[in-house]
Ligand binder design. Structure first.
Ligand code: KE4
Length: 431
């Protein structure tokens, strides 16, 4: 494929933007090829500025559960812009969004809109600390909750890809209250609580880890966290920025039947606009300013245009619940096809899936933790990614990310993808 225009654009971008991008994972640095610059996207397809067409499994890292720019999302959008883009004053759109989220997610009796997943998790941690009067909190190795200081400890996503799970620039004093446990290990959580009696404000967890590649929570893990937090008087926070409205309309909480005390959202609720949210039990949320003393604010929080677009997507999902069965079928079909290809090629690699999230790990299974994920052969992954890209398939440009299947991916496109994946896996074996 000729990607000369993307290459030239990237060269210029690198003189003006750190790493040529506004978010590290977009730089494709770990897969040894310059990134593609997008011209447009529609449905399950993306076109780059050189005119190359791709079947897209990045989907803006989660928001595009229905594919890019479905027609219904475009309706009345100009009219919405014509009513003004931001007021800095309340609108009924924010109340409608809060009503929809709280009706979809019983654990969220109240909700606060913010502008990103990072803001949502950062605020949830602050709220838990303010409410309990405790400073420490537990996160898990390989889980990524955005880039706020106290959470950039042994995190996943780009920090894992670029080898900075604990980022420079974060003072030791800031992260001394961040306790890190092993994902899927209740023993490690019990140990952390025993070593810090009465000091742990919260446990924050991705109910399905999507930022070390996809690592589903083991049976009983989430319920175990629920029981421990209840016993210890700690706040259980589900980071559903990826899984919210994706694993089910009610997210992982609905799928696994476990209710957190606080929940964080992003991605899908904004339909691609910059939106995040956190919510939870009323007695907790009424601690948030101006109802309570825990301060949190945002100029563009609940932005009317973002609410307009996010509400459209959520209302479509609400009235088309059968889409979740379709997503499950498509992703299961892809998973089975990949397993069959691995068998034909004699490759002992691991496929993890949860709903429409899946990852192919370049290591043997099972892959159930950060330590397992780190066995992956990143060189071979890079060869595989590049071979896929040449065949017009855009997978996540890093081993430690997820593939996002959308409702727009047709069975024919899945078959095209599977053929390309098999060829790319074969090509990846040659060093
Ligand atoms: P944002 O601040 O990027 O909106 O959300 C942070 C965040 C919080 N929690 C979870 C579970 C997340 O996955 C994320 C962000 N996800 C990454 C992809 N793994 C965003 C992609 C990027 O960093 O560019």
């Amino acid at each position: 494929m000729n990607r000369e225009k993307s290459r030239a654009a990237y060269e210029k971008a690198c003189r003006l933007l750190p790493g040529g991008v506004n978010s590290p994972v977009r730089a494709f640095q770990s897969v040894g090829v310059p990134p593609v610059f997008v011209q447009r996207a529609k449905g399950s397809h993306v076109w780059d500025i050189d005119g190359n067409e791709y079947i897209d499994y990045i989907g803006s890292w989660g928001p595009m559960i229905l594919g890019h720019s479905p027609d219904f999302l475009q309706e009345d959008a100009l009219e919405a812009i014509g009513r003004g883009i931001s007021y800095g004053l309340p609108t009924t759109l924010e109340v409608e969004m809060a009503e929809l989220i709280t009706s979809a997610y019983p654990a969220a009796e109240m909700v606060r809109m913010v502008n990103s997943g990072t803001e949502a998790t950062m605020s949830a941690i602050r709220l838990a600390r303010g409410y309990t009067g405790r400073d420490k909190f537990i996160k898990f190795e390989g889980c990524y909750h955005g880039h706020s200081d106290c959470l950039l400890v042994k995190s996943g996503s780009g920090t894992l890809t670029y080898g900075t799970p604990t980022s420079p620039g974060v003072p030791a004093d800031v992260v001394k209250h961040t306790l890190v446990c092993r994902y899927n290990s209740l023993d490690s959580v019990e140990e952390a609580f025993a070593a810090n009696p009465g000091q742990v404000a919260a446990v924050i967890v991705e109910p399905v880890a999507g930022n070390m590649g996809v690592v589903p929570s083991a049976p009983g893990f989430l319920q175990g966290l629920r029981d421990i937090c209840t016993r210890e008087g700690a706040v259980l926070i589900f980071d559903e920025v990826i899984t919210g409205f994706r694993l089910a309309f009610g997210g992982a909480s609905e799928r696994y039947g476990v209710r957190p005390d606080l929940v964080c959202f992003g991605k899908i609720i904004g339909a691609g606009m910059p939106v995040g949210a956190y919510g939870g039990r009323r007695e907790l949320m009424e601690y948030v300013s101006p109802a309570g003393p825990v301060y949190q604010a945002g100029t563009l929080s609940g932005n009317p245009l973002a609410m307009f677009m996010g509400l459209k997507q959520l209302r479509w999902l609400e009235s088309h619940r059968q889409v979740y069965g379709q997503l499950e079928d498509s992703a299961a079909y892809l998973e089975q096809g990949i397993r069959a290809a691995l068998g034909r090629l004699g490759l002992d690699f691991c496929v993890n899936r949860a709903g429409s999230l899946l990852s192919l790990f370049f290591t043997h299974g099972p892959v159930k933790s950060y330590d397992d994920v780190k066995r992956s052969n990143l060189e071979q992954f890079g060869r595989y990614f590049r071979a896929l890209l040449e065949q017009g398939i855009l997978a996540a440009p890093a081993q430690f990310e997820a593939m996002f299947v959308s409702a727009a991916h047709t069975r024919e496109e899945l078959d095209t993808t599977l053929a390309a994946m098999e060829a790319a896996l074969a090509a990846s074996r040659e060093g």
